[in-house]
Design a binder for this molecule. Sequence first.
Ligand code: SIN
Length: 280
Amino acid sequence: MGIALRPIKDRFGAEIVGIDPGLDVDDATFRAVEDAWYGHNILLFRGVKMTPEQHIAFTRRLGPLHIMTPPQYNLPGHPEIFVVANVEEMGKPVGMRRVGLGWHTDGEDKKIPNAGSFLYALKVPPEGGDTMFADMYGAWEALPERIKRRVDGRRARFSRIAMHHVHYPYEPPLTDTQKAERPDVFHPIARTHPRTGRKALYIGRWACDIEGLPADEGRALIEELQDFAARPEFVYRHKWRVGDAVLWDNRCTLHCATGFDDTKYTRHMHRTTLEGEVPV
Ligand code: SIN
């Protein structure tokens, strides 16, 4: 059976229709899916029924898989799957809670950020818990020329150390060991996608200032870019159903989880994550 594409928001995002629910596909179908991914930044698959093995096998066809660290929220027996959940079994959390609240791309605070991520919904709340995605090709293209000229060719500093207290105000400060494990990194603000050759705005919540600019000026510019990137015209908000799986390209897409009442409802997701490359 051939697949079809149903665009979600013009060129940003597409639903893949007519695919095998376990995503066991032949090479020609896989190539069509891969092309669609590069053409649309994010792909939505509905009515998916994947085992962890199938989830891993499908993602691995896109590239080498990343194992999340620390490993405590990885699925036992399948470390390639990172569990996002507010579920407990025998008094122990089976996954990490409140992951990804705030616009970001996965691994942006590392020297080699993640290329893509594939999130699969096993259980979702009846309200809340949506994920928002923003098109960073579109944001770069729409950015006023005066701002493009200021940032093109410059690198932003991404810093867990500087931003931890902002994004995780209720958590203890980072220890010296944690700081040593996550040193600051610098990435180009206008990033060229290695496969499509298109330029995308590359800033998420760990970006804090800009190399070569006074800290205040850099910080203000980063905030302006972050506000710009999250404008409604670039954003698609996904309301999850059980059996949805969304594959996003971190090199040209920001995403942001949204909250839900986790004292009342359960949200249980499996995510595979692709290794990436040094941004250029
Ligand atoms: C993530 O940031 O990878 C998780 C997003 C979500 O759970 O909605």
